[in-house]
Design a protein around this ligand. Structure first.
Ligand SMILES: *[C@@H]1O[C@H](CO)[C@@H](O)[C@H](O)[C@H]1NC(C)=O
Ligand SMILES: *[C@@H]1O[C@H](CO)[C@@H](O)[C@H](O)[C@H]1NC(C)=O
Ligand SMILES: *[C@@H]1O[C@H](CO)[C@@H](O)[C@H](O)[C@H]1NC(C)=O
Ligand SMILES: *[C@@H]1O[C@H](CO)[C@@H](O)[C@H](O)[C@H]1NC(C)=O
Ligand SMILES: *[C@@H]1O[C@H](CO)[C@@H](O)[C@H](O)[C@H]1NC(C)=O
Ligand SMILES: *[C@@H]1O[C@H](CO)[C@@H](O)[C@H](O)[C@H]1NC(C)=O
Length: 392
């Protein structure tokens, strides 16, 4: 099976570029000189003590800065790694200087190191680990980084209940009320990464158990999803399935298919691919006619960019089973989402790349730039270039 995927990947490299003319054109903004200029400007304004951008104000689009112990802290350093990667993909372009990006990415990651032993972000340690997983692709022997990935993975594994079969998301006053949110799927990658480093298969078992439970209890048959499932930690029984008010729901329904695809990538278990397809179909069929997501407004450009990345990942997995039409279908859906939402949200005068992000609508935090919206905008551009579907 593994060999087969390699063959598929090798084939895809030629078939994608050969068929490239059949794809929707990505928006030029993905590779605007403003991308490198703005990210660099934010990166060189390094605050001391360390603070990280999370979202912008709604009027001028200036970043609002937060102390490191936030679930979003890893996204800015990961953005810098994405810019570093872009210099490799886009030689002779305005992507900036590779060694400068790498050095900034490392400096910005360093502020996260204390969180290995002391953080309040709970299950979101998976997000904190993003830049460290990036560093491993640059220098797999970087000890600081190996240590960080293992520490964050152990932290997440410590929230696993064998009775429930999941890692706990939110802490609750009644400890038998074991709450799991769909977002938690996005944190599983760190468990696979740490398994690779340590050979500790328990970490993989935890990730798979969590994904299996999520498939059964969070994903509805129509591909829609519940945001929160409450389990009883004593019995493992499902108490209720619900959509939490007071939390940004749309970004995460956008994310869950990307995570099913990722788990599929690691396991090649067909159920995950089927689940990812179901979620993707539900998402695509619910996109309004102007292409701006989500359907209940306000718009959320960050959800759009997460969804686009998820669809590209799913497109990859379709290639690995030789489903070329399925792959092209998801690729085009991804490019259209990027195109239509960039058209709405591209914000040249703001510090962020995009506006029209929704951090948390029930708390009225909407119409902002968001650090992970920009991050997934950049990674979508990188993905399209690496597939030969865009040029820098
Ligand atoms: C290793 O990675 C850490 C952060 O991930 C970084 O601070 C450090 O500079 C890196 N070390 C080397 C030798 O590149
Ligand atoms: C493997 O990881 C699990 C979960 O973090 C941990 O409980 C266990 O001690 C680890 N095993 C080894 C041999 O380190
Ligand atoms: C979980 O089950 C136990 C035992 O049946 C019960 O005492 C407890 O109240 C339940 N917790 C919740 C949150 O329903
Ligand atoms: C996008 O944001 C601008 C202001 O930044 C706002 O005027 C506009 O209504 C927003 N569009 C949507 C569809 O939410
Ligand atoms: C290819 O992908 C499409 C879209 O997910 C799916 O409907 C179709 O069943 C797949 N075809 C095969 C042969 O797997
Ligand atoms: C956006 O947030 C504002 C308050 O900051 C709120 O009044 C408005 O209703 C929200 N917009 C939408 C479309 O929900």
């Amino acid at each position: 099976m593994l060999a087969l995927s390699f063959v598929a990947l090798a084939l895809s490299a030629c078939s994608v570029s050969a068929a490239a003319s059949g794809f929707v054109a990505p928006p030029a903004e993905l590779f605007s000189p403003l991308v490198a200029q703005k990210v660099l400007k934010t990166a060189t304004a390094f605050p001391n003590p360390a603070q990280y951008p999370q979202y912008t104000d709604r009027v001028n689009g200036d970043w609002i800065w937060f102390t490191p112990d936030q679930w979003t802290t890893g996204f800015f350093p990961a953005t810098l790694y994405a810019m570093y990667e872009r210099t490799k993909l886009c030689t002779h372009s305005n992507a900036g200087d590779a060694s400068q990006w790498l050095s900034l990415a490392r400096t910005w990651s360093t502020g996260e190191v204390p969180l290995e032993t002391n953080t309040g972000v709970g299950h979101d340690v998976g997000f904190l680990s993003f830049p460290f997983m990036d560093e491993l692709t640059v220098d797999p022997n970087n000890e600081t980084t190996v240590q960080a990935v293992n520490a964050f993975a152990n932290h997440l594994a410590g929230r696993f209940s064998p009775i429930v079969g999941c890692t706990r998301s939110w802490d609750t006053s009644d400890p038998t009320d074991f709450q799991v949110i769909i977002d938690n799927m996005m944190n599983l990658e760190v468990l696979f990464a740490s398994e690779k480093l340590t050979g500790n298969h328990t970490l993989r078992d935890i990730a798979i158990s969590h994904a299996d439970k999520t498939m059964v209890n969070h994903i509805r048959p129509d591909g829609g999803s519940y945001h929160v499932v409450d389990y009883n930690s004593t019995t493992g029984a499902v108490i209720r399935q619900r959509t939490s008010q007071g939390y940004a729901d749309n970004r995460m329904c956008a994310s869950s298919k990307s995570d099913s695809s990722k788990v599929y990538k690691h396991t090649k278990k067909f159920d995950y691919l089927q689940t990812a397809r179901r979620i993707a179909t539900y998402f695509i069929t619910n996109i309004p006619s102007d292409g701006v997501v989500p359907c209940p407004r306000p718009a959320d450009s960050s959800a759009a960019m997460i969804a686009a990345n998820g669809l590209l990942l799913l497109a990859d997995q379709e290639l690995s089973v030789f489903n070329f039409s399925g792959s092209a279908y998801y690729t085009n859906a991804a490019i259209k989402i990027v195109r239509d939402n960039t058209k709405l949200a591209w914000a040249p005068s703001w510090q962020s790349l995009l506006s029209n992000g929704t951090v948390n609508n029930p708390q009225h935090n909407n119409l902002t730039g968001i650090v992970y919206g920009d991050y997934y905008f950049i990674t979508a551009g990188n993905e399209l270039v690496s597939r030969g579907l865009a040029s820098c």
